[in-house]
Ligand binder design. Structure first.
Ligand code: COA
Length: 169
Protein backbone atom coordinates (compact mmCIF):
# COMPACT_ATOMS: atom_id res chain seq x y z
CA UNK A 1 0.00 0.00 0.00
CA UNK A 2 2.84 2.41 0.83
CA UNK A 3 3.90 2.76 -2.83
CA UNK A 4 0.50 4.09 -3.97
CA UNK A 5 -0.05 7.83 -4.69
CA UNK A 6 -1.13 9.70 -1.54
CA UNK A 7 -4.76 10.10 -2.73
CA UNK A 8 -4.99 6.30 -2.85
CA UNK A 9 -5.60 4.48 0.42
CA UNK A 10 -2.30 3.81 2.11
CA UNK A 11 -1.14 2.71 5.52
CA UNK A 12 0.91 5.20 7.50
CA UNK A 13 1.90 5.97 11.07
CA UNK A 14 -0.70 7.95 12.99
CA UNK A 15 0.17 11.66 13.08
CA UNK A 16 -1.72 13.36 15.87
CA UNK A 17 -2.34 16.70 14.16
CA UNK A 18 -3.77 15.11 11.03
CA UNK A 19 -5.51 12.04 12.37
CA UNK A 20 -6.06 12.54 16.11
CA UNK A 21 -9.58 14.01 16.10
CA UNK A 22 -10.82 11.48 13.59
CA UNK A 23 -9.39 8.53 15.51
CA UNK A 24 -11.11 9.83 18.64
CA UNK A 25 -14.39 9.96 16.72
CA UNK A 26 -13.92 6.29 15.79
CA UNK A 27 -13.97 5.32 19.46
CA UNK A 28 -17.66 6.06 19.92
CA UNK A 29 -18.59 3.11 17.72
CA UNK A 30 -15.78 0.88 19.00
CA UNK A 31 -16.73 1.27 22.66
CA UNK A 32 -20.50 1.61 22.37
CA UNK A 33 -20.66 -1.49 20.16
CA UNK A 34 -18.34 -3.63 22.24
CA UNK A 35 -19.60 -2.52 25.66
CA UNK A 36 -23.41 -2.42 25.32
CA UNK A 37 -24.90 0.25 27.56
CA UNK A 38 -21.67 2.22 27.74
CA UNK A 39 -21.83 5.82 26.54
CA UNK A 40 -18.72 7.54 25.19
CA UNK A 41 -18.77 10.95 26.84
CA UNK A 42 -16.36 13.89 27.15
CA UNK A 43 -14.42 12.38 30.08
CA UNK A 44 -13.79 9.19 28.11
CA UNK A 45 -12.53 11.18 25.14
CA UNK A 46 -10.18 13.27 27.26
CA UNK A 47 -8.72 10.13 28.81
CA UNK A 48 -8.46 8.33 25.48
CA UNK A 49 -6.69 11.30 23.92
CA UNK A 50 -4.22 11.31 26.79
CA UNK A 51 -3.56 7.60 26.28
CA UNK A 52 -3.13 7.99 22.53
CA UNK A 53 -0.72 10.91 22.88
CA UNK A 54 1.30 9.01 25.46
CA UNK A 55 1.39 5.91 23.21
CA UNK A 56 2.76 8.01 20.35
CA UNK A 57 5.86 8.69 22.45
CA UNK A 58 6.36 5.03 23.39
CA UNK A 59 8.52 2.72 21.25
CA UNK A 60 6.49 -0.26 22.47
CA UNK A 61 3.22 1.11 21.14
CA UNK A 62 2.37 1.19 17.45
CA UNK A 63 -0.40 3.30 15.93
CA UNK A 64 -1.24 3.35 12.24
CA UNK A 65 -4.04 4.56 10.05
CA UNK A 66 -5.12 3.90 6.50
CA UNK A 67 -5.57 7.36 5.03
CA UNK A 68 -7.09 8.62 1.84
CA UNK A 69 -5.79 12.08 1.13
CA UNK A 70 -5.13 13.12 4.72
CA UNK A 71 -8.36 11.57 6.00
CA UNK A 72 -7.99 8.55 8.24
CA UNK A 73 -10.39 5.77 7.23
CA UNK A 74 -9.08 3.00 9.45
CA UNK A 75 -6.98 2.64 12.56
CA UNK A 76 -4.99 0.04 14.46
CA UNK A 77 -3.27 0.30 17.83
CA UNK A 78 -0.90 -2.39 19.05
CA UNK A 79 1.50 -2.65 21.97
CA UNK A 80 4.19 -4.87 23.37
CA UNK A 81 3.33 -5.71 26.94
CA UNK A 82 4.80 -7.79 29.77
CA UNK A 83 2.63 -10.07 31.84
CA UNK A 84 3.40 -12.46 34.71
CA UNK A 85 3.71 -15.30 32.21
CA UNK A 86 4.91 -13.56 29.03
CA UNK A 87 7.96 -11.37 29.12
CA UNK A 88 7.05 -9.94 25.73
CA UNK A 89 3.54 -10.25 24.39
CA UNK A 90 2.05 -8.43 21.43
CA UNK A 91 -1.37 -7.00 22.18
CA UNK A 92 -3.81 -5.59 19.64
CA UNK A 93 -5.64 -2.85 21.48
CA UNK A 94 -7.92 -1.49 18.81
CA UNK A 95 -8.86 -2.10 15.17
CA UNK A 96 -11.35 0.13 13.37
CA UNK A 97 -12.45 0.55 9.77
CA UNK A 98 -15.04 3.20 8.82
CA UNK A 99 -18.38 1.67 7.78
CA UNK A 100 -17.98 2.75 4.14
CA UNK A 101 -14.63 0.94 3.84
CA UNK A 102 -15.56 -2.35 5.49
CA UNK A 103 -15.40 -5.74 3.75
CA UNK A 104 -12.44 -4.70 1.64
CA UNK A 105 -9.89 -6.61 3.67
CA UNK A 106 -8.59 -3.53 5.50
CA UNK A 107 -9.14 -5.04 8.94
CA UNK A 108 -6.87 -7.93 7.92
CA UNK A 109 -4.30 -5.51 6.42
CA UNK A 110 -4.14 -3.60 9.71
CA UNK A 111 -3.88 -6.74 11.83
CA UNK A 112 -1.12 -8.13 9.61
CA UNK A 113 0.76 -4.85 9.79
CA UNK A 114 0.62 -4.80 13.58
CA UNK A 115 1.84 -8.40 13.73
CA UNK A 116 4.76 -7.65 11.37
CA UNK A 117 5.76 -4.80 13.69
CA UNK A 118 5.65 -7.16 16.68
CA UNK A 119 7.88 -9.69 14.92
CA UNK A 120 10.40 -6.98 14.08
CA UNK A 121 10.56 -6.21 17.81
CA UNK A 122 11.30 -9.85 18.59
CA UNK A 123 7.80 -10.77 19.76
CA UNK A 124 6.33 -14.12 18.76
CA UNK A 125 2.89 -14.18 20.35
CA UNK A 126 -0.01 -11.81 19.89
CA UNK A 127 -3.24 -11.55 21.88
CA UNK A 128 -6.36 -9.43 21.91
CA UNK A 129 -9.76 -9.11 23.56
CA UNK A 130 -12.94 -9.08 21.58
CA UNK A 131 -16.60 -8.99 22.54
CA UNK A 132 -18.30 -12.32 21.86
CA UNK A 133 -21.25 -10.66 20.08
CA UNK A 134 -18.96 -8.76 17.69
CA UNK A 135 -19.11 -11.49 15.07
CA UNK A 136 -17.36 -9.52 12.31
CA UNK A 137 -14.39 -8.83 14.52
CA UNK A 138 -14.31 -12.40 15.90
CA UNK A 139 -14.36 -13.72 12.35
CA UNK A 140 -11.60 -11.33 11.26
CA UNK A 141 -9.33 -12.42 14.11
CA UNK A 142 -10.11 -16.12 13.55
CA UNK A 143 -9.15 -15.72 9.88
CA UNK A 144 -5.90 -14.13 11.01
CA UNK A 145 -5.18 -17.22 13.17
CA UNK A 146 -6.35 -16.13 16.65
CA UNK A 147 -8.11 -18.75 18.75
CA UNK A 148 -9.88 -18.64 22.10
CA UNK A 149 -7.36 -19.35 24.86
CA UNK A 150 -9.41 -18.44 27.92
CA UNK A 151 -12.84 -17.02 28.70
CA UNK A 152 -13.49 -13.86 30.60
CA UNK A 153 -16.85 -14.43 32.27
CA UNK A 154 -19.03 -11.66 33.64
CA UNK A 155 -22.26 -11.60 35.59
CA UNK A 156 -24.81 -9.14 36.87
CA UNK A 157 -24.33 -9.28 40.65
CA UNK A 158 -28.06 -8.97 41.19
CA UNK A 159 -28.22 -12.64 40.21
CA UNK A 160 -27.05 -14.73 43.16
CA UNK A 161 -24.74 -17.71 42.83
CA UNK A 162 -26.93 -20.72 43.77
CA UNK A 163 -26.02 -22.29 47.07
CA UNK A 164 -26.31 -26.02 47.75
CA UNK A 165 -29.01 -26.77 50.35
CA UNK A 166 -26.60 -28.41 52.80
CA UNK A 167 -24.05 -25.60 52.76
CA UNK A 168 -23.99 -23.95 56.19
CA UNK A 169 -21.40 -21.20 56.20
C1 COA B 1 -14.15 -5.47 12.81
C2 COA B 1 -13.71 -4.54 11.67
C3 COA B 1 -12.40 -3.87 12.05
C4 COA B 1 -13.50 -5.39 10.41
O1 COA B 1 -12.99 -4.53 9.39
P1 COA B 1 -13.03 -4.93 7.83
O2 COA B 1 -12.06 -4.07 7.13
O3 COA B 1 -14.43 -4.94 7.36
O4 COA B 1 -12.44 -6.41 7.90
P2 COA B 1 -12.12 -7.32 6.66
O5 COA B 1 -12.59 -6.68 5.38
O6 COA B 1 -10.71 -7.74 6.73
O7 COA B 1 -13.08 -8.57 6.96
C5 COA B 1 -14.48 -8.37 7.11
C6 COA B 1 -15.26 -9.28 6.14
O8 COA B 1 -15.08 -8.84 4.81
C7 COA B 1 -14.72 -9.95 3.98
N1 COA B 1 -13.87 -9.46 2.90
C8 COA B 1 -12.57 -9.12 2.99
N2 COA B 1 -12.13 -8.71 1.79
C9 COA B 1 -13.17 -8.77 0.96
C10 COA B 1 -13.36 -8.46 -0.40
N3 COA B 1 -12.36 -8.00 -1.15
N4 COA B 1 -14.58 -8.62 -0.94
C11 COA B 1 -15.60 -9.09 -0.19
N5 COA B 1 -15.50 -9.40 1.13
C12 COA B 1 -14.31 -9.25 1.66
C13 COA B 1 -14.01 -10.88 4.91
O9 COA B 1 -13.98 -12.21 4.45
C14 COA B 1 -14.83 -10.73 6.16
O10 COA B 1 -16.00 -11.53 6.06
P3 COA B 1 -16.60 -12.29 7.33
O11 COA B 1 -17.01 -11.21 8.34
O12 COA B 1 -17.76 -13.03 6.79
O13 COA B 1 -15.49 -13.16 7.85
C15 COA B 1 -14.81 -3.49 11.37
O14 COA B 1 -16.02 -4.14 11.17
C16 COA B 1 -14.97 -2.45 12.45
O15 COA B 1 -14.27 -1.45 12.45
N6 COA B 1 -15.94 -2.63 13.37
C17 COA B 1 -16.23 -1.65 14.41
C18 COA B 1 -15.08 -1.51 15.40
C19 COA B 1 -14.82 -2.79 16.13
O16 COA B 1 -15.71 -3.41 16.68
N7 COA B 1 -13.55 -3.18 16.13
C20 COA B 1 -13.09 -4.39 16.78
C21 COA B 1 -12.69 -4.11 18.17
S1 COA B 1 -12.14 -5.60 18.97
Amino acid sequence: MAALPQSQPHLTELRWREHGERVLEFQREVYERNFPGFHVGPAFLVDYERQLRSALRNTYEGLWVIEEGSRAQAFVWAAIITTLVDEKLGYIKNVYVTPERRHLGWGAVLTRHAEDWMRRLGVFKSALDVTVENETAVSLYARCGYHVQRYRMEKDLQAPCPQPEEEEL
